[in-house]
Design a protein around this ligand. Sequence first.
Ligand SMILES: [Zn+2]
Length: 155
Amino acid sequence: MSTARIQCTDRVVGAILASWRYDISGISPEMRRDYESHFAECVRCSARQKFHRSLDVTLAVLTSLAALFFLFALAVLKHIGPLEHMAFNVFGLDVEDTYHMLISAGVAGLIFSVIALALVLMATPAPTYLSDIAAERAKLLEERLPAAIKSLRSR
Ligand SMILES: [Zn+2]
């Protein structure tokens, strides 16, 4: 369903929220109440808030996956280090140069993706959002736990 045609119920509040990328986690609780009630009544803004938060999480996941990928590549390179003479001579490549080029590419990629991840975590409320989800899950588990134990006993 497209939310583009749905109008914001309060253009002024909607514009402020848009400039914050619909993130109200950084403002004081008293101020937050007004914006929270706007999210409750405005379909357009609450949909956009959900979109931006899932975008933040996606970015955080992608950048950490990239960092993991480069870590893995470096680990593999380190592992094949002792075998390099065998492996690379088959392809007739200059062993030292190729190996060092791959290592520097891996290090550069790792540094780049770690910086990207740090920027995402600093610039977006992804950490708050993720810890909120974790807290909610933990609460749900706690609520379910006694019921699960009860059902086990009744068997
Ligand atoms: Zn709105």
